[in-house]
Design a protein around this ligand. Sequence first.
Ligand code: PMP
Length: 395
Amino acid sequence: MKQVNTVLDQFGTTIFTTMSALALEHNAINLGQGFPDQDGPDFIKDAACDAIRQQPNQYPPMAGTTHLRQAVGDHNKRFYGLDSDWQTGVLVTSGATEAIAGALLGLINPGDEVVVIEPVFDCYIPMILRAGGIVRTVRLIPPHWTLSRQALEEAFSERTKLILLNSPQNPAARVYNADELALIAEMVLRYDTYAVCDEVYEHIVFDELEHIPLMSLPGMAERCVRIGSAGKTFSMTGWKVGYINAPPKLHDALCKAHQFLTFTTPPMLQHAVAEGLRLDDDYFRQLSLTQQKKRDILTTGLRRAGFDVLNSQGTYFLCADIRPTGFDGDDVAFCQHITRHAGVTALPLSAFYDLREAASDKKPPPPSHFIRFCFCKKDAVLEEAYEKLIDYFKP
Ligand code: PMP
């Protein structure tokens, strides 16, 4: 029989699914997959319930409800000083995942090159390839995750169509600073490319660091697609409501992709998310502070268990070096081992590198002794998890 899909066949089941299944089998605390175990504000849930009862439940407008598009525009102005016309510059999607897929389908022509920074969020590479693009990676290596001019210059060329940038970055937990962003902007301008900016963790940033959208840099407003997610900003990852800001030309291209993908997004959720985006600054500050406290709880506990823990600047995640635990094996074996024997699940960082490249000898193998833990869980769950690891490694 014919091969079903020559692009997607090269990717197996995602590491999230594999490790979550193993966690379930061994009744382990799952700090692998990234979702909070407490929902966001009741006020937003109530707004969705009210909207179901009191507002139409039919197809909303293709680009999103007026209410939410205006709220997205106001949010961008309030936090970043970005001027986005809600009619020609804001689009609502069914999750950031759809926004990323739509941006890639809408902006890539077959054969275009796309730059991504490794370690890379799992859907990027399959989606670039499915859209007909060619992947060029810039590799960051822990513990310093340095983004060098040289690596960017090696990845960008006249063939580059866009860079797909994620800041704050999952899984490296890096928040790109003004200098790094200026370097990226320089490449974007030099090679006349676009940038698709996945900023779903824009409001989960620690230690007084500032999240700077690439779009806010000089010359970038005409070239960037900025993507946010209500799932992360309101701790409702199941809702799958995303939003895009883009200049009119890119907005048009994205609307074309979106109308053939999902066409629209449930109206009651759009209504509730619009209410959420109008919350005062304190809500957004508390979101970062709450997650920062959780980061600190897990960091302290993992250090007691013997891990070298890297500083997490933002997101739901932190990375840890497994070598000080004395384990004899790589990150994949380690994650399986602690799931089975310590009752805690994490994810191997090597899974976030382009393994096709590693297999083809084009680049050295990715780092194999770092793992990613998710900390957006109840404090008691984090405490139980690190106590289990301490019991196992430091009995
Ligand atoms: N981008 C990144 C970097 C993410 O971590 C996630 C969720 N894990 C998404 C996009 C997807 O967001 P959504 O649930 O809104 O589709």
